[in-house]
Design a protein around this ligand. Structure first.
Ligand code: ZN
Length: 371
């Protein structure tokens, strides 16, 4: 069996105007000559291009997917939100809520539903045993989106939609989401906060975005207490800190939860050159984290592992980080390397700072009562 790679050129055509970086244009903010939001199609299209150039694409099962149905979307989103989104999308695009950094053009609703469709299909095919594992190059991303509100470049909650779709078909009962996008997976957390059968774990830069969510105290509510785990890391965390976080906090939690499948909300914005964070991860970090997740999936859920692309805003670095993930998922010999590795901390980690980060992880370990 092969690794599935779900992508569609139409997802790269999603766009929106009115921003310079993440700031609305106007007043003293001059429009950019090229581009606008950092959530740019090139960060994703260049992933596909690099896979083509190295030949790794030939070792993957490449496919698109049907657009998510209204029924799929309504399991997560309110009818009002979907109606408002679709009606603006049908006319000339814009934003459901002005200045919420989620602009779209005409037809943006269908592009976002296609992005959700890629994740639905990736998850379904892994759960049905048709693929070894899968990667969905979903765009627009989804992990910030709330049932009734677009947020942080996210228009539909792709992973949450895929989980509820798979559950409605009886394909699995217990799901675990590991979100290593550098920003807090607040949308996924909010959607499953009362659900004891969906474990949501988010590793993120402390109070980066959203600035007021992602605290360790938020552990799920009512009968779902313990099914949400937030791991806020200080700015400057790098390769070894991320691996230690997985080994000492995330993997023990996954093992005690015992899910049927592990889904990775795979943002690459903890890259050392990302413009929207202050972390120091490299392609090797993503490769090693993927290796750990493969090993864990093998031990606890029959290898069932699905990746959904989230953030990552360095056009140059994201393709190498994603290539490293796909090389590891597919167990390929084809290595693209990491041209930026020499400036990342995996080469020469700062040992004094590592002690500081390690003590924070020890504190979290006590807080979460992990043996
Ligand atoms: Zn992000």
């Amino acid at each position: 069996m092969q690794t599935g790679f779900f992508y569609d050129e139409r997802c790269f055509w999603h766009s929106g105007t009115g921003y310079a970086f993440a700031i609305p244009v106007g007043g003293l903010v001059q429009p950019l000559a090229v581009g606008g939001l950092p959530e740019d199609p090139e960060t994703k299209r260049r992933v596909k291009n690099l896979l083509n150039v190295t030949g790794l694409i030939n070792e993957l099962e490449v496919t698109s997917a049907p657009v998510a149905t209204r029924e799929d979307l309504e399991r997560v989103h309110t009818s009002k939100y979907l109606k408002d989104f679709k009606s603006i999308s049908d006319v000339d695009g814009g934003e459901v809520v002005p200045f919420s950094t989620t602009p779209f053009t005409k037809g943006g609703y269908e592009m976002a539903a296609l992005s959700s469709g890629l994740v639905i299909n990736a998850l379904d095919n892994v759960l049905k045993g048709n693929l070894k594992n899968a990667y969905a190059l979903s765009r627009p991303p989804g992990h910030h989106c709330l049932p009734d509100k677009a947020m942080g470049f996210c228009l539909l909650a792709n992973i949450s939609i895929a989980i509820k779709s798979a559950r409605s078909k009886g394909l699995a009962k217990k799901f675990a989401v590991v979100d290593w996008d550098v920003h807090h997976g607040n949308g996924t957390e909010a959607i499953f906060i009362d659900d004891p059968d969906v474990l949501t774990i988010s590793i993120h830069q402390d109070r980066c975005f959203p600035p007021d969510t992602g605290n360790i105290e938020e552990q799920g509510s009512r009968e779902a207490l313990g099914a949400n785990m937030n791991i806020p890391l200080p700015a400057g965390s790098g390769h070894l800190t991320y691996l230690e976080t997985l080994n000492r906090l995330v993997i023990p939690k996954l093992k005690s939860f015992d899910p049927d499948v592990i889904i990775i909300a795979c943002g690459f914005d903890a890259s050392g050159v990302d413009p929207l964070s202050r972390m120091i991860c490299s392609a090797e970090t993503y490769s090693e984290m993927t290796k750990l997740m493969r090993k864990t999936a093998k031990e606890i859920c029959s290898d069932r592992l699905v990746f959904a692309h989230e953030g990552g805003y360095s056009e140059v670095h994201v393709p190498f980080c994603a290539h490293a993930v796909l090389q590891e998922l597919s167990e390929s010999e084809i290595d693209a390397g990491d041209p930026l590795a020499p400036i990342m901390d995996c080469q020469q980690p700062n040992t004094e700072m590592l002690e500081v980060y390690s003590s924070i992880i020890s504190r979290y370990k006590n807080f979460f009562q992990i043996e």
